[in-house]
Structures are given as C-alpha cells and as structure tokens.
Design a protein around this ligand. Structure first.
Ligand SMILES: COc1cccc(COC(=O)c2cn[nH]c2)c1
Length: 227
C-alpha cells in the first residue's frame, strides 16, 4: 500500500519511522511518504491560509496549494482522506475497508479547515472521504491521520507479527468490547487473576470472556447493543 500525507507539519509524522510502521516501511509492505504543503505554494511567504469569505473567526486554507499538491500526488485509484469533525465516523469496518486499498492520500487540514472547493473538485474526479475520529475538535488533521494510518496499516498482512492478535479485538469479532486481560504473576498486590483463567477449561474460559465482554459493553458502550 502507498500512503501519501500532505501537511504543514511534516515533522509531526517522524514517529511513523519507529515501531511496527517503521518495520513495515523497511520491508516495503507500506510505502509511506510525508509532504509539506508549502512545497506547492508560489509566493515568497509560502502562504497557505487566508481570511474566510462571509466573515467569522480564524483562517481558511487556500485552495491553490492543495490543488497543486493533490494534482501531483493522487492516482486514479487513490482514496483522498480528509480528517474533519464534519466527516463520517471512523470505525473498524472502515479501517478494514481502507486496508484493502492500494493508495491512500491524507489531506491534513489546519485552522478552520480547507476551502470546500478542494473537496468538491477532487470528489468530482475520484474518491474523497471526510473522516471524523469523534465528536471533538483538534487543531489539525495530523493526529487523526496518524490514528487512521495505525488502525489501517496494522490490518495489512505482514505489518503485525501475530495475525491472530487482530481477531479478538474490540469491535472486531462480535461487535462487543474486548474482555479484560491478565498475565503473570497470579497474585499482584493481593489481587488475584480470575481462577477460571488458570483452570485450563477452555470452554469455561470462553464463556467467562464473553460474559465479561457483554458486561463491559453494557456498562461503557450500550450504543453498540442498539440500546
Ligand atoms: C479539514 O478541516 C478541519 C477543520 C478543523 C479541524 C480539523 C482536524 O480534524 C479534527 O479536528 C477531527 C477529526 N476527527 N475528529 C476531529 C480539520
């Protein structure tokens, strides 16, 4: 998979050179490229923003630099992803869908956002998706892009060591939250691991884990149960 990220803070993504993403890049499974939007400005000050038509606080990102940048980076089969509070909700199903794509291009907005004509122009020529991580506002799309890249790339075969670890994830197997996990020691600060987990009775363990998942989901995310 090829991933292109356009941002005015390219150094923000240096962290992608470490950990799993870094190894996947070194192994050629993930071809990730970070670009500075200012490369596509023409003026001396590398201007990327201006005041909003119609008034209002803050600044809006100008369409010209984005147009030049995306013209040079988008391929016919690319999906342009724009992290935005106004986007569709990101989810594990969407992560799985994106993991099957050949080319993702992230447009990381700052300020009050990107001139709407950029999305309109490229949506008329290819696939564009505004994606929200949740109902809160960040200062820019970089943090959201990082989260989306991690959620998607870990689903690409070869990026995460043990594929089985991807199955029993929250929101994966049965739409319930993941059960609690324990490891050695069996007793820690007088707290014991639930005995069923030491019983070797795999049927009872599976039942206990499902019950724990249900309890957690009812408690923390009743919305997942259609309640
Ligand atoms: C593209 O336009 C804008 C405007 C304002 C902020 C941002 C950054 O994204 C978020 O704030 C966000 C993403 N998911 N949840 C919140 C983008």
């Amino acid at each position: 998979m090829r991933v292109d990220i356009v941002t005015i803070f390219p150094a923000f993504f240096d962290v992608l050179n470490v950990s799993l993403i870094g190894k996947a890049r070194d192994r050629g499974i993930l071809n990730l490229n970070v670009h500075d939007l200012r490369e596509w400005t023409q003026d001396r000050h590398h201007t990327v923003d201006d005041t909003p038509y119609g008034g209002g606080a803050g600044m809006v990102m100008k369409p010209e630099p984005w147009g030049e940048a995306l013209d040079s980076l988008l391929s016919p089969d690319a999906v342009l992803l724009v992290p935005s509070p106004a986007g569709e909700r990101f989810s594990q199903p969407l992560a799985r869908e994106l993991a099957g794509e050949d080319h993702l291009v992230f447009a990381c907005g700052r300020y009050e956002g990107i001139d709407q004509r950029v999305v309109d122009h490229f949506a008329a020529r290819g696939r564009v998706r505004l994606v929200s991580l949740g109902d809160y506002v960040l200062n820019g799309g970089e943090v959201a892009a990082m989260a989306i890249i991690e959620a998607v790339s870990r689903l690409i075969p070869g990026v995460v060591g043990n594929p089985m670890s991807l199955v029993e994830e929250s929101h994966e197997a049965d739409g319930l939250l993941e059960y609690p996990s324990y490891t050695k020691p069996a007793v820690w600060r007088d707290l014991h691991v639930p005995p069923v987990l030491l019983s070797g009775n795999h049927g009872a363990i599976a039942t206990w884990r499902h019950e724990q998942s249900m309890q957690r989901t009812v408690q923390n995310r009743p919305d997942l149960l259609g309640e």
